[in-house]
Design a protein around this ligand. Structure first.
Ligand code: AMP
Length: 114
């Protein structure tokens, strides 16, 4: 069993600001926000990174996307837009090794990928 900080948040062993939760995933505010709105969409199933995703997990990815759509609507920026980012392993900048998607919005985000 993996034991990342996100597993501890899911288990309520450490606190976080939870924006949404269901049986499949949890959404928390990033502790070090890079935009006015910065949430992390985290599946509850233990999956280390994008590289470990299996075809049977496709419903999880779709649920992460539909949750982002819901958050955008609920927070009033569905037509303005937002950015979704998934860092994969060391070179991709991943620091917490449980799959998660960053969702950023609340301002016009600058370009650049590296
Ligand atoms: P990544 O670099 O893609 O693995 O992103 C990990 C993210 O988790 C970073 O943006 C961190 O700021 C965030 N993070 C780390 N610890 C916590 C925490 N306890 N609560 C909320 N976000 C966290």
């Amino acid at each position: 069993m993996s034991d990342t900080i996100f597993h501890k948040i899911i288990a309520r062993e450490i606190p976080a600001t939870i924006e949404f939760e269901n049986d499949t995933l949890i959404v928390i505010r990033d502790i070090n926000p890079q935009a006015p709105f910065h949430c992390l969409i985290i599946p509850k199933k233990t999956i280390r990174s994008i590289q470990q995703l299996e075809p049977e997990d496709s419903h999880i990815l779709m649920e992460m996307i539909s949750t982002a759509q819901k958050l955008a609507k609920d927070n009033g920026f569905d037509s303005k837009g937002y950015r979704l980012i998934m860092n994969c392993e060391e070179w991709g900048g991943q620091t917490v090794f449980q799959l998660h998607m960053h969702m950023l919005s609340g301002t016009h985000l600058s370009g650049g990928f590296a």
